[in-house]
Write a protein that binds this ligand. Structure first.
Ligand SMILES: Cc1cc2nc3c(=O)[nH]c(=O)nc-3n(C[C@H](O)[C@H](O)[C@H](O)COP(=O)(O)O)c2cc1C
Length: 398
């Protein structure tokens, strides 16, 4: 496999094997409608030559909104007309675009969203705190419908497919994890696989019913996490086998949950920016609050993993050995040589990148012109922390 050759993802033809991984934009109004900057961002990325774009996560239901301001929504039909000009523009450059669908579950805050926080269970997130309410069985079925409806709106808005966000500790991931899911109904841990797959399985089934096979269905998962009872290699293999049987079109392999968010990204902790903008760390809650924050900080710091090139590749390779689904590896790809090496060795089918595109939207042109090109991103992670501010996502080192 070569970096610059046409490749298929489901029924989609991509002009190369490079994908922009989902990246929160912070470019929507308070109703989740994309602002003009959103359209400009995707035009710029598409014109830079990337084969496919996965949008930042869009909420499928208002209580599943992120705590970060400016998230787009795809929770109602009205949204179709706002996204149509975006997909039209992207298609002008021969680029494909997939919308990432998400529900935050417990990983949000009432203070920021104005809504009750609902999770797979009442177990708290260390980082977000709060006391999530457990979704009833009926509510879970109705959320399955919301995902399918959202996919239908995305299709009507001209997207080439959707990516179901089942990674990073968001709602679907909360169901998958035995360390979080202690439910007793049909959405609990499956005795056979040892993980909680039923919610994800129904979401996939209903999206297929709503949108058909000619609409790419991608899923993003985490290979493991940093909880005390971490997601094991056997549990990850069970998840891959489960997805293999569902014949999805593409599987992106990431890592972790928001409880140790920096292990999703790896790199620096821009502590001054955290203290200034992060709602968990900046709030003035007196001595007890300060002690609680210090505890969270120390726990996170102790578990921090260093940035290494292509840091999630081992999980992607494991998945590739177990399934024929196209595998997308994300995390730490910076050099053209690393990307080509992975593809030429058949380790994965696609490479996706996030931070390097924030820094250089025209990265693909540069990689095409110079096979030894190395992305300028220095993993300072200011872009990630600034998602909590009211600024649109951007590179602060450019
Ligand atoms: C600013 C920022 C926003 C992100 N937003 C999302 C998102 O909306 N959905 C998602 O699945 N991952 C999101 N991620 C994670 C990336 O998709 C990716 O998995 C991670 O950054 C590692 O890739 P990289 O080394 O190429 O940056 C975000 C990362 C950053 C830095």
């Amino acid at each position: 496999m070569k970096l610059f050759e046409p490749a298929t993802l489901g029924t989609c033809q991509l002009k190369n094997r490079l994908i922009r991984s989902a990246t929160f934009e912070g470019m929507a109004d308070s109703q989740g409608r994309p602002l003009p900057e959103y359209r400009y961002l995707y035009k710029e990325l598409a014109s830079g030559g990337v084969g496919g774009i996965i949008t930042g996560f869009a909420y499928v239901s208002p209580e599943g909104k992120a705590m970060q301001p400016g998230q787009v929504g795809i929770d109602r039909e009205e949204m179709v007309e706002y996204f149509l000009p975006v997909t039209d523009e992207v298609h002008l450059y021969g680029c494909k675009i997939f919308m990432q669908l998400a529900h935050t579950g417990r990983q949000t805050r009432k203070k920021e969203t104005g809504q009750d926080v609902w999770g797979a269970t009442t177990k708290k997130s260390l980082y977000f705190g709060g006391s999530p309410r457990e979704l009833s069985t009926e509510q879970v079925y109705s959320l399955v419908k919301r995902f399918a409806e959202a996919a239908g709106y995305a299709k009507a808005a001209g997207f080439d497919g959707v990516q179901v966000h089942a990674a990073h500790g968001y709602l679907i991931h909360q169901f998958l994890l035995p360390s979080v899911n202690n439910r007793n109904d049909e959405f609990g841990i499956d005795a056979q696989s040892g993980i909680g797959t039923n919610f994800l399985g129904l979401v996939i089934e209903e999206i297929r019913k709503a949108c058909g096979l000619d609409f790419a269905l991608l899923v993003k998962v985490s290979g493991s996490d940093d909880y005390f009872a971490r997601f094991s290699a056997e549990q990850f293999a069970s998840l891959i086998r489960f997805l293999e049987a569902r014949k999805i079109d593409g599987l992106e392999i990431s890592y972790g949950t928001m409880d140790n968010a920096l292990n999703i990204f790896r790199g620096d902790i821009p502590i001054k920016v955290v203290l200034k903008h992060n709602p968990v760390f900046k709030t003035d809650t007196g001595m007890i609050g300060l002690l609680h924050k210090a505890r969270i900080y120390l726990l996170m710091r102790a578990k921090l993993k260093p940035f290494t090139p292509t840091y999630n590749l081992e999980y992607a390779k494991l998945a590739k050995a177990l399934t024929d689904i196209s595998i997308i590896s994300v995390g730490g790809f910076r050099k053209g040589a690393e990307m080509r090496g992975c593809l030429e060795n058949g380790f994965v089918d696609f490479i996706s990148l996030c931070r390097p595109f924030i820094c250089e939207p025209d990265l693909v042109e540069k990689l095409e012109q110079d096979e030894n090109y190395s992305a300028k991103c220095v993993n300072c992670n200011i872009c990630a922390i600034m998602c909590d501010s009211d600024q649109p996502t951007q590179c602060y080192k450019r």
